[in-house]
Design a protein around this ligand. Structure first.
Ligand code: SF4
Length: 105
């Protein structure tokens, strides 16, 4: 009986310790994303076509927030409504330090 109880107990303890370690690491290493990325993503055509040179709309939105994107026209499917919505959003939502993203329509 002891032959089976010891391995099961050892695995249970190891599983618990590893689970606790993973939960602790997930909390400590959590990366806070800029909430403007999701808001810009929501205002894009969301075709994930890659015509902008980014692998998808989420990456393009991240590029806008990080200041890599010079013009919203890099998104070929975006019409004036999409671009205006993004520019209006950016005007009303500066970064935490109060700076605004400079991007052309
Ligand atoms: S071109 Fe526009 S729709 Fe296509 S992936 Fe880039 S951001 Fe998305």
């Amino acid at each position: 009986m002891l032959d089976i109880v010891m391995p099961i107990t050892t695995l249970a303890v190891l599983g618990g310790l590893l689970g606790f370690g993973l939960a602790f690491a997930a909390e400590k290493l959590k990366v806070e994303a800029d909430p403007r990325i999701n808001s810009i993503h929501d205002r894009l055509p969301n075709l994930d076509c890659g015509a902008c040179g980014y692998p998808g709309c989420a990456a393009f939105a991240e590029g806008v927030v990080e200041g890599e994107v010079e013009s919203l026209s890099q998104c070929k499917p975006a019409n004036a409504k999409h671009k205006t919505a993004i520019l209006e959003y950016l005007k009303k939502n500066p970064a935490e330090d109060g700076s605004y993203i400079q991007v052309k329509q």
